[in-house]
Design a protein around this ligand. Sequence first.
Ligand code: FES
Length: 175
Amino acid sequence: MDRCAHTGTPAGDHIDLAPLDEVLERHADDPGALIQVLQETQAIYGYLPKKTLRTISRARRVPFAHVYGVATFYSQFHLRPRGDKLIRICHGTACHVRGAPEVTRAVVEELGVRVGETTEDLAFTVESVACVGCCGLAPVMVVDSQTHGQLDVVHTRRIVAALREDSVQPKDESE
Ligand code: FES
């Protein structure tokens, strides 16, 4: 069964709603706390499974369309599982003209996903972002908080292959 890389929670509809019930109970008397409820729900499950949105809608007596609308309006919320590592490829102007499209192609080919998607093993999510603020290093991609700059296709493939290798290594139990 697929599991959320962050929480170990099973993906899809087979999720334990008990922690969400606790969140809903804590905010039951605050009608303005929808965003906070969504934030806490995402902190628990790593994303916002549809089932949690339905549960929130019922418990707070708010139309599902409203809950869904809020969850999709803010970029901080994710409706699909996220990978253990987040690869953000900069598509600001400087990066774009210096090769972001080629970098992107190298990443998606190495990982077998499209931009905006997560690998099946939940190891990586690939995103396209606007300027990350280090245009002098263009083209740039950021893996979690680590910035890789002056990329070309070969370098990019090497980085992603190393990350991939790392993600399949069994974790050292003594760590
Ligand atoms: S455009 Fe990519 S870092 Fe600024």
